[in-house]
Design a protein around this ligand. Structure first.
Ligand code: F6R
Length: 268
């Protein structure tokens, strides 16, 4: 796991956006896995800016969102489809036929997950998966106890997640208790994972994800098994890490390596 600790969430999002831009430069028809929530908003803003400056093009990109509330219409203002429209899709040149968000209204609960997995597979699999992390260490809506081999399915949210997400609804009672989410196993299939975490409220989950044991009680810890995961943190999210000094040293060494490697093509 590569751990990049930045002075601010803005800087972390800027560096993460550069990584997405490099991916699109390398492969114009990349398949991106996307997350919602507060964390990736700055990243999406940076990507929109790059698009407006003609530095990146989304016309050939396909996207798959991690999750959607079960029971919400796509047009519902709090649906994750609406979130993606508002904060990203409506401001870039991606054809809507190339954007996939799980259907929260599916009547085929039993088979829907397998169909979503098949759609991802037929697009060639996810090249770069963007992730946030919940205070309880979840990725997607894979709450503590989710199988580390799980695939897309319907999952019950914890009361902690329901309370955290109540800020997007008028009342806590309006927050759905179920979601369709890609599983931990689905996420681990992505070629590269990029996880962002900001603020001290995330510091415990971040520490457990990076330095704790691999456990279904902190589903993000499964990323320790992934060969290509990059974690971008601000100082507050990194505050509980025991090996912070090493992560800074490793980054400095990594920069030297990049000077000598072929991966030093200028940013788009
Ligand atoms: C959202 C998702 C969740 C969030 C997590 C953090 O699509 O998959 O795992 O990334 O709940 O949410 P924020 O960023 O709002 O703190």
């Amino acid at each position: 796991m590569r751990v990049i600790i930045c002075p601010s969430a803005e800087e972390a999002s800027r560096q993460a956006a550069n990584m997405v831009a490099k991916q699109l430069q390398k492969k114009a028809n990349s398949v991106l896995g996307l997350a919602t929530g507060d964390t990736p908003k700055k990243l999406y803003k940076q990507l929109i800016e790059k698009y407006r400056e003609n530095k990146i093009d989304f016309s050939e990109v396909t996207t798959f969102n991690l999750d959607e509330y079960f029971g919400l219409r796509p047009e519902h203002p709090q649906s994750y489809r609406s979130f993606m429209q508002e904060y990203f899709f409506s401001q870039i040149n991606i054809p809507s036929s190339q954007t996939f968000v799980p259907n929260g209204l599916t009547s085929d609960v039993e088979n829907y997950g397998a169909k979503y997995e098949a759609q991802i597979d037929s697009a060639g699999g996810i090249d770069l998966q963007i992730l946030g992390i919940g205070r309880d260490g979840h990725i997607g809506f894979n709450e503590p106890g989710s199988s580390l081999g799980s695939l897309t399915r319907v999952k019950a949210l914890t009361s902690e997640t329901i309370s955290d997400n109540a800020r997007f609804f008028n009342t806590k009672e309006q927050v759905p208790h179920l979601a369709i989410t890609m599983g931990v196993g689905s996420i681990l299939k992505a070629k590269t994972c990029l996880l962002l975490a900001f603020g001290s409220a995330k510091s415990k989950a971040v520490m457990e994800m990076i330095e704790g044991p691999i456990t279904s009680q902190v589903t993000a810890s499964a990323l320790q098994l992934h060969p290509q995961t990059v974690v971008f943190l601000d100082e507050e999210a990194a505050e509980k890490l025991a090996r912070k000094k090493y992560y800074h040293e490793a980054e400095a060494a990594q920069k030297q390596l990049e000077i000598f490697s072929s991966d030093n093509t200028p940013l788009p």
